[in-house]
Design a protein around this ligand. Structure first.
Ligand SMILES: CC(C)(COP(=O)(O)OP(=O)(O)OC[C@H]1O[C@@H](n2cnc3c(N)ncnc32)[C@H](O)[C@@H]1OP(=O)(O)O)[C@@H](O)C(=O)NCCC(=O)NCCS
Length: 153
């Protein structure tokens, strides 16, 4: 059976999530996430599962004031290009939008991927200072090539 399900993550998914993110973190495409961090925020992750194997993940972060970030999006290379990344993002957009009038942003080197869902490129300085806290952990700190995109679903 090759059915792929998208569902909220559980504690048992922490190690597989870490495995999916690790190669992309190494290439500096996503921020590195430790098992402790993933465990702490596991309720904010969703995963794609195929035949019992976790093959993709995505997370959101709640910054308060109805501002949310979509982050830690990755699909393992073997399963890329078959719509899983889109389904993960759509799952979280629905989850976040169910909370009311929200703003959802992404910081990404793949703006084209996010524009497919209606995200628009915006100036980075429109966001509150607190969203930049994680930049201190980013290896590209002084050489940032990410764009900010915003969706108001
Ligand atoms: C980006 C990523 C999650 C996409 O997942 P995926 O399952 O391959 O994506 P999908 O199959 O849903 O792609 C849907 C469409 O988006 C396009 N797309 C995929 N990656 C893209 C990118 N980086 N930029 C622009 N478009 C992209 C696909 O070509 C496809 O278009 P089509 O429907 O016209 O064929 C995956 O390539 C990945 O894990 N990349 C490494 C980590 C990363 O870049 N994360 C995002 C940074 S925040």
């Amino acid at each position: 059976m090759n059915k792929i399900s998208i569902r909220a993550a559980r504690n048992k998914d922490v190690r597989p999530i870490r495995r999916i993110l690790a190669p992309y973190a190494k290439k500096k495409i996503v921020l590195p996430r430790t098992a402790v961090e993933i465990t702490r925020h596991v309720r904010n992750f969703c995963v794609a599962e195929k035949d019992g194997e976790i093959i993709g993940c995505c997370a959101f972060r709640d910054y308060g004031n109805n501002l949310f970030e979509i982050r830690s999006l990755a699909v393992n290379a073997r399963n890329a290009g078959s719509g899983i990344g889109s389904r993960l993002v759509e799952f979280l957009i629905r989850e976040i939008a169910s909370r009311g009038k929200v703003k959802i942003f992404a910081l990404t080197t793949s703006p084209g991927f996010f524009q497919r869902f209606g995200f628009k490129t915006v100036e980075k300085d429109m966001f509150p200072q607190k969203i930049w806290h994680d930049c201190s952990k980013c290896p590209k700190l002084n050489d940032c090539d990410e764009e900010a995109l915003l969706l108001e679903p």
